[in-house]
Design a protein around this ligand. Structure first.
Ligand code: EPZ
Length: 432
């Protein structure tokens, strides 16, 4: 079993290079299934979800060539639909983009149900609303449990008003609509940067999408798409995570390859807490100032404070000296499983539904903790970097789904951190 071991309690100083955005990468890779041609995708993060995505496409007949650490060429000319490998599909939530891509290309989709982080109910009713509005017939197979969508009469452009803002449903509907007959309008669409990035990628391949980044997106169906070379956005959540690390350790980090505009909600909240933030063109410098003010915050859809920053900001609130801060989760049903792990480190957090009341104890103490999901896992890293002494983090595979080379990136800025392999204490040889 692999663990991360941190000897924390010291300020970190130096430069961090931000990698490509996980949630864009997964949408673009799965979206490339629509294109019966070669696509070159640049600035991909070296994370397990990216390799899982390419393995799925390869299993379906795509040819994938790694050009360098961050650049892959994928050719979906010979990719077949309906045969994605269940054990890989169930490793992440973004597998559900196969539904929109298969439906958009083959007028038929057959994919096992997706996996991913558990935050309570994460239904796909809005995805289904988009598919059915375009003419797809959705069902769950009684024999395999797979999602099945069939559009025997093809896909026709339509007007869809999403009941709620959903990144996944917006992206999946775009994927299904790009080659539909006629024009599709998606109202109450998600405005996240990765929705914009996916749309620009598809437009570079010949699609006709406009309005991305607003809550009304128009897709004019086209007959054919062609390959392209596309460089994906830097990861705003990875950047926000390192911003929080600078604040939590009281050091100063120069975080490069960012788009400051995407980080505005995080920057604003950190400055409200007394953290120094300096914005340059594609760099942001974050410095602790010795004090952290208590603050209330609510995660929301973009451009609000991202829900994927909930756990990281909670660690920071634990380090405030005095008072109580209130953290409200505005997107997912239950984002607070990580609080149990933080309590092992001395945190005093009362969770009531979507609201966490965080006592400003001013310190966290070392412990053995678990990564319960991707962002909760990286929050344990932040807590370990802030706590004086040795913290051990188990189940670190969650972290490696979304953070490229986090141990070395942190070592470079002075962290005493390492990844170790230990025999699983509960592993026992069954006597033969
Ligand atoms: C994407 O998940 C991200 N994942 C999540 O990031 C992120 O937390 C989320 O968007 C919100 O920004 C990927 O991009 C792979 P949603 P997604 O559909 O698309 C409800 C990470 O840490 N909902 O915007 O699944 C849903 O339950 C991951 O990188 C419905 O009710 O999120 C949630 O409460 C974790 N019905 C809310 O909407 C639907 O049909 C927002 O979900 C769809 C969603």
């Amino acid at each position: 079993m692999e663990k991360i071991v941190i000897n924390g309690g010291k300020p970190l100083y130096g430069e961090i290079e931000i990698s490509g955005m996980k949630n864009t990468a997964l949408a673009v890779i799965m979206g490339s299934l629509l294109i019966e041609d070669k696509c070159v995708i640049e600035n991909l993060p070296d994370i397990s979800d990216v390799s899982t995505s390419f393995q799925i496409l390869e299993h379906m007949g795509a040819s994938v060539r790694k050009i360098n650490k961050t650049t892959y060429e994928v050719d979906n000319t010979r990719t077949k639909g309906g045969i994605s490998p269940s054990e890989l599909v169930r490793k992440m939530r973004a597998s559900y983009y196969l539904l929109g891509a298969e439906l958009g290309r083959f007028r038929y989709a057959n994919v096992d149900q997706q996996g991913g982080c558990w935050f309570g109910e994460r239904p796909i009713d809005q995805h289904i609303k988009g598919f059915e509005a375009l003419g797809g017939k959705f069902e769950i197979s009684e024999t395999t449990g797979y999602y099945n969508i069939d559009a025997p009469d093809g896909l026709k452009g339509t007007h869809i008003f999403m009941d709620l803002v959903s990144v996944g449903a917006t992206i999946n509907t775009i994927l299904a609509a790009v080659k539909a007959e006629g024009t599709t309008i998606i109202e109450n669409a998600a405005r996240e940067p990765h929705v914009v990035d996916l749309s620009i990628f598809l437009n570079k391949c010949g699609a006709n999408i406009s309005g991305m980044g607003t809550n009304i997106i128009k897709i004019k169906g086209v007959q054919k798409l062609h390959g392209c070379t596309y460089n994906i956005l830097p990861d705003m959540i990875e950047a926000g995570t390192y911003m929080t690390i600078a604040a939590a350790t009281g050091g100063s980090l120069k975080i490069k390859n960012v788009i400051p505009k995407h980080l505005e909600s995080i920057t604003a909240k950190l400055m409200e807490m007394g953290v120094e933030v300096e914005e340059l063109d594609d760099t942001i410098i974050v410095s602790g100032t010795g004090t952290l003010n208590k603050a209330n915050m609510k995660t929301q859809v973009y451009p609000g404070l991202p829900t994927d920053m909930n756990a990281q900001m909670c660690v920071l609130l634990c380090l405030v000296k005095g008072g109580t801060s209130y953290l409200t989760e505005g997107v997912h049903e239950n984002k607070y499983r990580y609080c149990e792990e933080l309590r092992r480190m001395g945190a005093v957090i009362k969770v009531d539904g979507r609201v966490a009341a965080v006592e400003g104890k001013g310190i966290l103490t070392p412990a053995v903790v678990k990564a319960v999901d991707l962002r909760a896992g990286v929050a344990m890293v932040i807590a370990g970097l802030a706590a004086k002494g040795k913290t051990e983090i188990e189940d670190i595979y969650h972290i490696e789904r979304g953070y490229e080379d986090i141990v070395n990136k942190l070592k470079k800025v002075g962290a005493d951190i390492k990844k170790i392999n230990v025999p699983d204490p509960y592993q026992y040889e069954i006597a033969n």
